[in-house]
Design a protein around this ligand. Structure first.
Ligand code: FES
Length: 196
């Protein structure tokens, strides 16, 4: 059987909850949009720099940064161009075949002396002979291709290393070379498969 007192109490409670819900909802203040304040406050904590901000970081300064780049652009481009040109000039591989000087290189362990042009590396020249010489990076960044110049003195008296990121002055003084980036500048005797 339904208890009328219980039903009445239930209805009364429901009514109270509904009234409270709507009265609070109507009175709750809508918060202000503070996102701009937050952005400004954060910006104020970033220290000023002495250098121009990159375009993507400067506030309203994109045009200035772009202008600065444009103003210095021609000069920078000129310098870059010269650097690139120098690099090409500096690359023995860029010497045309018909202008390249030829040197006598004795490959001691292979028992042969061959002619190597100043625009080819000791490694390439040996490979052209069909010898299975060691190498890995072919960029002067490891030591797999190392060899020893047996003529005495610093190896750079005999070869130009186009890049050499492995051999320091003591190793060069001992006659070691990275054959993958070593271009002859003189006759020489090479012992392949020799590392410091
Ligand atoms: S193969 Fe790596 S330095 Fe020559």
């Amino acid at each position: 059987m339904v208890d009328p007192l219980g039903v009445g109490l239930g209805l009364a409670l429901t009514l109270v909850v509904v009234v409270l819900h709507f009265s609070q909802g109507a009175e709750r203040p809508i918060p202000d949009d503070i996102s701009q304040q937050v952005i400004e406050r954060r910006a104020a904590t970033v220290p000023e720099t002495d250098f121009p901000e990159p375009m993507n970081r400067s506030i309203g300064g994109g045009a200035v940064a772009a202008g600065a780049v444009t103003a210095g652009g021609a000069e920078a481009e000129g310098e870059l161009g010269e650097a690139a040109e120098e690099e090409v000039d500096d690359d023995p591989a860029a010497i045309p075949d018909d202008e390249a000087e030829v040197f006598e290189v004795e490959y001691v362990k292979e028992g042969t002396t061959i002619e190597v042009k100043e625009n080819e590396t000791l490694l390439e020249a040996g490979e052209d002979e069909g010898w299975d010489l060691p190498y890995a990076c072919r960029e002067g960044q490891c030591i797999s291709c190392a060899g020893h110049i047996a003529d005495g003195g610093n190896s750079e008296q005999y070869v130009k290393h186009y890049t050499n990121q492995m051999l320091g002055e003591p190793e060069l003084d001992d006659g070691y070379t990275l054959t993958c980036v070593a271009y002859p500048i003189s006759d020489l005797s090479l012992e392949t498969r020799e590392s410091p």
